[in-house]
Design a protein around this ligand. Sequence first.
Ligand SMILES: Cc1cc2nc3c(=O)[nH]c(=O)nc-3n(C[C@H](O)[C@H](O)[C@H](O)COP(=O)(O)OP(=O)(O)OC[C@H]3O[C@@H](n4cnc5c(N)ncnc54)[C@H](O)[C@@H]3O)c2cc1C
Length: 385
Amino acid sequence: VDLDDQARMIRETVARFVRQELLPLEQGVLQRMARGIEPALAPEHRTRLEALTRELGLDALDAPEEMGGLDLPAAVMAGVYEEMGRSCVPFRLPPGSPNLYMALAAGSEAQKAKYLPGYRAGTLKGAIAISEPGAGGDPAAMLTRAVRDGDQWVINGRKIWISFADSADFIIVMARVGEGRREEGITAFIVDRGTPGFIVEREIAMIGDRNTFELLFDDCRVPADAILGKIGEGYGPMQLRFERRRLEIGSSAVGHAQRALDMLCEHALQRTTFGVRLADRQAIQWWIADTATRLHAARLMIADAAGRIDRGEDARNEVGMIKVFAAELAYATVDHAMQTLGALGMTRETALYPLWQSARLMRIYEGPSEVHRQAIARRVLKGYS
Ligand SMILES: Cc1cc2nc3c(=O)[nH]c(=O)nc-3n(C[C@H](O)[C@H](O)[C@H](O)COP(=O)(O)OP(=O)(O)OC[C@H]3O[C@@H](n4cnc5c(N)ncnc54)[C@H](O)[C@@H]3O)c2cc1C
């Protein structure tokens, strides 16, 4: 099977999964969210969906073949994330690949043997702790330190906004080794749950029916081989993780925007005000035209960046552009769809509300839009200096 056929088949399977399995669950999820019942996706549905993804072979799409995965290229994964992004059901195809990529790129053979099989099987969950109270959009300002003591490292510091920290079996913690400044000395450590001195201090309720955690590392001792990669070289694998994750966010933002555009168009075609269909109003048509144009541009940008990643080229700039462009496109499109639906768009009975919250989060996590713009502008300006 050539790549195009394989890509089409996988994408169709995921699209069918979304249509037949996720969309029918949306009303239940929306009702639970509105009534504050946690989790929004009922546990029995999650269990069934997880089993189904395994049955359909959708559970390790980009894991390497030796781990029983399909090792799909970024170009195919982008289509998968876009399809998944159409639904507001909080379900992701396992495993969480960005951490997997970081571990694969930087992990020792012993670490790969310890963590990857369980990760692949979905029985081991990972999280990553980069952000701190004083260092979020600018992670190079981090203060968390690791100091060598005999055959151990002692980690001290505070991390915040960490997703999945309560349920993760291991957490990749970025800490500074030595006296270096900015990126110098930043090192990745794998810390297992239950390690003394690794304290989940506080759960923080976020919008979008999510939560994050504040973590304290208080003389947290880990063995010398807990380093992921090399001392002082934590930034490289972290960047690799960012590329994958930002492409995933961009593609899923395109899914959000497409779903919102579908809802906008369907409503505009059947709703009449002042004797005229909304679909025949120029105000609405321009939203549709601009969104369709930007969606086309976003998909081309994603295809280009995915190609670069698959060829092993540096895609940092392109992926940063996608992160900004697609997240803002998703947010604006959901907003236009909400406006077009009128009061119905203000209810908690359509997918627009959770998609709106999700798109809002996308403009912050994995780097706020302004920080990406700064990085893009710096690269452009370099060409003139
Ligand atoms: C739902 C969610 C999940 C998260 N999960 C994780 C996780 O698992 N692990 C983890 O490590 N982190 C996680 N984060 C943290 C996230 O990566 C940071 O919140 C993000 O990088 C922004 O950092 P900050 O909140 O400190 O904002 P700051 O860095 O303080 O920035 C605040 C605002 O200032 C402005 N700003 C900042 N810098 C510039 C600039 N150079 N130019 C112009 N304007 C600027 C921007 O508008 C920005 O939004 C998560 C965040 C959220 C919301």
